[in-house]
Design a protein around this ligand. Sequence first.
Ligand SMILES: *Cc1c(COP(=O)(O)O)cnc(C)c1O
Length: 495
Amino acid sequence: MQIMYRSTRSPELKVTASQAVLQGLAPDGGLFVPEKLPRYPQDWEVLSAQSYQETALQVMRLLLTDYTEEELRNCIDRAYDSKFDIPQITCLKETDGVWYLELFHGATIAFKDMALSILPHLMTTAAAKNGVTDEIVILTATSGDTGKAAMAGFADVPGTRIIVFYPKGGVSAVQERQMVTQRGANVHVVGINGNFDDAQSAVKRIFSDEQMKKQMAGAGKRFSSANSINIGRLVPQIVYYFYAYGQLVKDGKVKAGDVINITVPTGNFGNILAAYYAKQMGLPVRKLVCASNENKVLVDFFRTGAYDRNRSFILTSSPSMDILISSNLERLIYQIAGEDPQVTKKLMESLISSGVYCITDSMKDGLKDFYGNYATESETAEEIARVYNTFGYVIDTHTAVASRVCRKYQADTGDHTPMVTASTASPYKFARSVVCAIRPELQTKTDFELIDELYEISGTAVPKAIEDIRSAPILHRTVVDAADMSAEIIRWLGI
Ligand SMILES: *Cc1c(COP(=O)(O)O)cnc(C)c1O
């Protein structure tokens, strides 16, 4: 069955998977969604015997139907290889009835690697399939992790360039250093005076700017996106929820066909949307627990049906979740609006003009698969200490937000269904917050000293990604105002 992709904002647009990957954002400013979610064959014994790569092939074939099996296999083999520091690509760590799904074993030690190590291959394959010879310029706004993972994927890939905007002062020390030391002749990193929402909104405006599009086309270039607005990011993220389930069945932790719950530390709503898609494809999931930090716009939305971004933006110890406009929620809105692009478009326009939209009661019924809650800064730190003191296991700040919210869910509902909690970053990436949560007396140490302390505490090897930045020279120092982002793009591209 061929799956086509539609825009969330207009009824006419309809493209193939490879065209959706190439374009990133739909030309009307909407997001591409699969016309229909395919059914997964639900043979859990088969799933439990598969390698990560085999599951990836099986799941991605169902959704990216205009890629040939050989093309997909090729992309998968090039993505999921020794760049990951464990051969299984991802693994589960059990505490009491909660399995942390470690998604941070890739090159940049955050879960973004799971999708961004394959996206460049999906995109260059898509360009070849569609006879596109333009240079593809990846425009990326990052809350800290996407930028580095996207550059690691696209650096020196022929026919591509990548420009990353990150909030100056809004990312962790390790995150910033990872980005500003990035090598590659086709990469550009720019700090902006503003927050992630400013960067993401400007990037979306630039995508829809007709004048800019013409200027790009005249120079033989076109934009695409490495953010989770690109369906080429979302589809590879569905894979690991299936794989995790297969591993639980294999290890006898759940019986084939039994339900699980999933908790996801959420920012742009991409990772949890992938879990929701997995559920709709047939993965036995009861609840999707959406965990926020103090920027709890999604929690309020799940409670009231009103999405209201008019509030202060809080810088937290989980910076990759410091987001007030969760882009991928648009895909959920579209679905609960009965796939009505007119309704979706109105709500999104209201968000842009007033910062608020409200959904109807019947749309609210569509949210019953979700539970939303949040963890404060002190709860997050306490959770890191609790998990370490109880289980000897060190989790990062984002995972700790999820872990705490998972416990709130269990206490609120009494539902103790086996829980998979997405562990989205290595604790080494947020060493300061993690170490200080466990040993507050070490606050005065430098970031690199804290990394050595973390090694002592956790007993897990310092990842190569961290060793690499200890001595790497800083190659990028540009900082601009959010309003000057398009000028900076034009300057760097020389168009
Ligand atoms: C990006 C990120 C998140 C949030 O994921 P979304 O898909 O944007 O909701 C959570 N944790 C970490 C470590 C991240 O890098």
